[in-house]
Design a protein around this ligand. Structure first.
Ligand SMILES: Cc1cc2nc3c(=O)[nH]c(=O)nc-3n(C[C@H](O)[C@H](O)[C@H](O)COP(=O)(O)OP(=O)(O)OC[C@H]3O[C@@H](n4cnc5c(N)ncnc54)[C@H](O)[C@@H]3O)c2cc1C
Length: 564
């Protein structure tokens, strides 16, 4: 009987754990990531060409991560597609297979045998006295292959040549595409030297580059801590960390139900290390303040911060100016939902209830509403890398045909539920205040790609002719630039909702009637593709492991590890 084939999109903490889980269940795995190295955002690695002597610097949990990378990428049933992008998912729902494609595997899953009975032991040891749940109710099994074609671009064979197109039809698909960071607009945020917290972190971790000498880190959420520490390690002076949540609110959010935090022991240690580093460098951490403007001649030279109330309205007379040469801002994360939306997965509203605050809806088994499609990590909720790993392990094991009754699955489920509780805690402690738009002036740029200002968004929202989102987009051009609304989409959707524009009808209590619509996340083409590449016919995968030709010439595994 043919083995089950699982395609995993994303090799961050969630996707890597999913690949590990599916391999442990006995499946063939194709692991795809647009980056050259696995690790995602949390374990962003220096390029291999740098031959770093201490690759683990600025990494938490590096040795466990490295062990998993060796196990997964070195596994004979795993095909690692580095630098490859899934640009579309096509629903077939009974349509004819496209020429040049073949199903990777069509057989139904083999029942899990005793040869591969255990999912990877990602779950923490069961705490003493933990409540035992009964046997799981019969889960929806991935009986059918998902009605989907997975369209992939793999790197060009030589510089300048078009990338190669492939179409895969796996027995199960795991989507683990993570999130990108969110920044709310304010006057001057488009100045050179103002970057997202995630971009600063990516430069520090992925290149060991500091974005400036004198930096303010601002926004909301615990992510500001690792960003500030990475900047210190890269040689910057961090003049202050500015957290918009009030001290009391953050404390309430974090200290409520403290026993639940016991399950996040690793995070506690990481937090202690980060706050210790800030204290050693005497970096002030200011609660209840926000950056409300950036100024400079040609690039950022100073930032204006002000005290904000719980709803993020500015307290008059509290403005203060600080000289900087760079500013890092982060107001949380936006899940990368394009592929899940293209697959037809149902979404659920996020904690804020804001129109664009939606996540993939998954059941107890990480299964989405589409048969054979699983989701894990930050696309199902923002809870950090450990929670993403646990969800991934569960999703991969079940997608690979592993038994839902296998012994470690119960522990994984418990750990996943603890991760979900952590996500709720995070959202309670660091919500985005509803009155942030009070920072905006009519000429404040809202869409940076198309330089659409706040006044234009307001005018379109008030004009009955552009009441519908699509019409407003054409009228204002917000969301039509290179990022295709990935940065401004949630912001524009929220502003239009507040301004009473029609695409998100509200009930009498003011709640959106369809809070879980794809809204700005609907992008049928998930990543840019050139017309020439689109015009080329897809290449049929070759051989038993069609993916092998796409392995990078130099394997990720160090030579001494991959030798005989
Ligand atoms: C810029 C940034 C930096 C961060 N740094 C930290 C940090 O230092 N510490 C911390 O605690 N948390 C950090 N986070 C939060 C972090 O994202 C999570 O805690 C964790 O990495 C989530 O794991 P994940 O597997 O769900 O997603 P990710 O780690 O984001 O992994 C998703 C992977 O999917 C790939 N991908 C996405 N779409 C496609 C596609 N269409 N085709 C192919 N591949 C695709 C991406 O390349 C990526 O490797 C950061 C987040 C961001 C956005």
């Amino acid at each position: 009987m043919k083995r089950r084939t699982v395609v995993v999109v994303g090799a961050g903490p969630a996707g890597l754990a999913a690949a590990d889980g599916a391999l442990a269940a006995g499946a063939d795995v194709v692991l795809i990531d647009s980056a050259d190295r696995p690790g995602g955002q949390y374990h962003r690695m220096l390029p291999q060409a740098y031959e770093a002597r201490a690759p683990e610097a600025v990494q938490h949990g590096y040795s466990a991560f490295e062990k998993r990378v060796r196990r997964v990428l070195g596994h004979p049933r795993c095909s690692w597609w580095a630098g490859a992008e899934v640009w579309a998912l096509e629903r077939t729902d009974g349509a004819e297979a496209e020429a040049g494609t073949r199903p990777l595997a069509t057989a139904h899953p083999e029942p899990a045998t005793t040869a591969h009975p255990e999912p990877p032991a990602t779950a923490p040891a069961e705490p003493a006295g933990a409540r035992r749940t009964g046997p799981p109710t019969a889960p929806p099994r991935p009986e059918h292959a998902p009605p989907l074609k997975v369209h992939v671009l793999t790197p060009a064979p030589e510089p300048g040549a078009p990338r190669r197109r492939h179409v895969l039809e796996p027995d199960a698909l795991v989507i683990a595409t993570g999130a990108h960071d969110r920044v709310l607009p304010f006057p001057g945020w488009e100045l050179p030297g103002v970057v997202t917290a995630g971009a600063a972190q990516a430069l520090a971790k992925g290149e060991r580059l500091a974005i400036g000498d004198r930096v303010v880190v601002a926004g909301t959420g615990p992510f500001l801590l690792p960003v500030a520490v990475s900047l210190l390690e890269a040689g910057s002076t961090v003049t202050e960390v500015v957290e918009a949540a009030g001290r009391a609110r953050a404390a309430r959010g974090w200290l409520d139900r403290p026993w639940e935090l016991a399950a996040q022991g690793g995070k506690g240690g990481e937090l202690a290390g980060l706050t210790g580093a800030l204290a050693r460098h005497r970096v002030p951490y200011r609660f209840g303040r926000a950056v409300v403007a950036a100024r400079g001649d040609g690039r950022v030279e100073e930032v204006v911060t002000a005290a904000v109330r719980a709803d993020w309205s500015v307290v008059p007379g509290t403005g203060r100016t600080t000289a900087v040469d760079a500013l890092c801002v982060g107001h949380g994360f936006t899940p990368r939902l394009e592929l899940a939306v293209a697959a037809g997965c149902a979404l659920r509203p996020g904690p804020s209830g804001a129109p664009a605050d939606v996540f993939v809806d998954v059941d107890d088994e990480q299964a989405t509403s589409v048969p054979g499609v699983f989701a894990c990590g930050e696309i199902t909720g923002i809870a950090g890398a450990p929670a993403a790993r646990t969800e991934g392990a569960l999703a991969g094991w079940l997608a690979g045909g592993g038994s839902p009754y296998a012994r470690p699955v119960a522990a994984l489920r418990r750990s996943r539920d603890q991760g979900r509780a952590f996500a709720r805690r995070l959202a309670r402690a660091h919500p985005v205040g509803a009155e942030w738009h009070g920072w905006l002036r009519p000429d404040t740029v809202v869409c940076r790609c198309e330089e659409t200002d706040f006044a234009s968004v307001c005018a379109a929202a008030g004009d009955p002719a552009s009441g519908e989102a699509r019409v407003a987009k054409l009228a204002t051009r917000a969301g039509l630039g290179p990022c295709q609304g990935r940065v401004c989409g949630p912001t524009v959707a929220e502003l239009r909702h507040r301004l009473g524009a029609g695409e998100h009808p509200v009930d009498p209590a003011g709640h959106p009637v369809d809070p879980a619509g794809p809204g700005p996340h609907h992008r049928p083409v998930a990543v840019p593709i050139r017309l020439g590449e689109l015009a080329r016919p897809p290449e049929p995968p070759a051989g038993e492991h069609p993916e092998q030709p796409h392995r990078p010439a130099q394997s990720y595994l160090p030579v001494e590890e991959s030798g005989p």
